[in-house]
Design a protein around this ligand. Structure first.
Ligand SMILES: Cc1ncc(COP(=O)(O)O)c(C=O)c1O
Length: 458
């Protein structure tokens, strides 16, 4: 098969045989995805040999870039030594134990004492929700089954995760979802129902709405509040600085667990080692995935604090059995990959690089916004930032679909893969990015904007 024929075959088969996440199959036939065949450092290559910088860092996960040798070697070594071992009753494995130790050491400031491994972010969220309910049953407060979360929050796609998701796109086609989930206003200063742009006032208003809902539902019916320290897929929303500390106090007053969904923010992306740590808050449960293995192996983890551990310790009856788990819980190859990733993240001090490069890139985006009317809002923290595109700045009206499609094509042509979520340009490059590579992203973004010809309203 010639290279050209092979490429046509791949394109055709992708359109004909594959269903992709978060896309309409017909739309993908009309606008085929790039076929990525190779990667190197922070660059990816498509099947036509085009090389672009990956400003998405995979899917917020490839924090170490694509060429980390210690991680690749750790995976290869582990495949030779032990490619799989079950961690269900009766067996465990050395890598799993090592990683549990490393994680609890890392998370000592948050008082995390136990770890439960999963295969990804949705699994981690599912695990957290389930263990939160179990906790209250063990505490003889079995009526505490409900969950609170934020509108625009994203927690994955299992029924549990989708039920706490705050975006109807991920809900409507799969309803009815879990009963007993309430979604509260997100403290987003650019768009909110209170029409409030002052961050401190907005935080107060949003927290008042949380308390109102707690009183309405009855605190003694609520198991946990789950949220991302910085919202990712919902539009890179950075809460005001006092939101999380005050949320923790509010939940404590009502004895409600706090679950931090750190699937994106865990291990440095927001510029702090953990998003919650960045806000000075200790959650009860933390969910991880993505950067824990930098995308080199599907893997996730949930950590639990001493409060939850004590409940399990004190509960000798069957309610204390963790009747939950996955075939790949504590997968030795995943754990080996994670150990290497965390060591590399520490050695390279990537949270600090995320803070520095994030500030720089945010500044560059703000400068660009001065030149282009369609950039209505620039926001972010560390190496998670976004530009929201509008066709009317005063009305904050989103740009049209055709404009977004043209921009996506121009960005790729100019040499950068940027994630477009509706009218949002979302950036989450690898945390190993250098200043020259940050400039490479901005050069492509600038070229793309300068080349735009379409009507922003279309
Ligand atoms: C904050 C958050 N939680 C959970 C998930 C779900 O993770 P996964 O796609 O690995 O199931 C994601 C995925 O992007 C996420 O961003």
């Amino acid at each position: 098969m010639s290279h050209a024929v092979n490429r046509n075959f791949l394109r055709e088969m992708n359109a004909k045989r594959v269903y992709h996440p978060v896309a309409h199959p017909n739309e993908l036939e009309a606008h085929p995805p790039h076929i990525i065949v190779k990667a190197d450092g922070v660059h990816i290559y498509d099947d036509a040999g085009r090389r672009v910088i990956d400003a998405c860092g995979g899917l917020w996960n490839v924090n170490l870039g694509y060429s980390n040798q210690p991680v690749k070697e750790a995976i290869a070594r582990q495949l030779d030594e032990l490619p799989y071992a079950s961690s269900f009753k009766g067996t465990t494995n050395d890598r799993l134990i090592e990683l549990s130790h490393t994680l609890t050491e890392m998370l000592q400031p948050e008082d995390m004492t136990r770890v439960f491994f999963t295969s990804g972010g949705s699994d981690s969220v599912e695990t957290a929700l389930r263990l939160a309910r179990q906790y209250w049953k063990m505490e003889k407060q079995g009526e505490r089954t409900k969950f609170l979360s934020l509108k625009r929050g994203y927690h994955g796609t299992h029924f549990g995760a989708a039920s706490v998701n705050g975006n109807s796109t991920f809900r409507r086609a799969y309803e009815p979802l879990l009963p007993g989930c309430s979604h509260l206003p997100v403290p987003f200063d650019y768009r909110n129902v209170f029409n409030e742009s002052d961050p401190a006032k907005l935080a107060e208003l949003c927290l008042a709405a949380v308390e109102d809902e707690i009183l309405f539902q009855g605190a003694d019916t609520i198991a946990a509040f789950i949220a991302e320290p910085v919202l990712g897929a919902g539009g890179v929303i950075v809460p005001p600085a006092d939101y999380w500390p005050k949320l923790r106090q509010l939940l404590d007053r009502h004895n409600i667990l706090l679950i931090a969904d750190e699937v994106v923010t865990g291990f440095g992306r927001s510029g702090a080692w953990f998003g919650s740590r960045g806000w000075g808050v200790k959650p009860d449960i933390m969910c991880f995935a993505k950067a824990i293995t930098s995308g080199y192996f599907p893997m996730g983890a949930v950590t639990l604090n001493a409060r939850i551990e004590t409940a399990f310790k004190n509960n000798a009856d069957t309610m204390g059995i963790i009747s939950h788990g996955y075939t790949y819980t504590g997968h030795p190859v995943g754990c080996a990959a994670a150990l290497a990733c965390l060591a590399e993240t520490t050695r390279l001090n990537l949270p600090a690089n995320a803070a520095t490069e994030g500030d720089y890139l945010l500044g560059r985006c703000r400068t660009l916004a001065e030149k282009h009317e369609t950039i209505g809002n620039v926001r972010g923290k560390g190496l998670m930032f976004a530009m929201e595109l509008v066709c009317d700045r005063a009305a904050k009206k989103p740009v049209g679909k055709a404009y977004v499609a043209e921009l996506g094509d121009r960005l790729f042509e100019a040499g950068a893969l940027v994630r477009l979520i509706g009218p949002l340009m979302v950036f989450s490059p690898p945390l190993v990015i250098t200043r020259a590579q940050s400039d490479e992203i901005m050069a492509a973004v600038t070229t793309a904007f300068e080349g735009m010809r379409g009507d922003p309203r279309q």
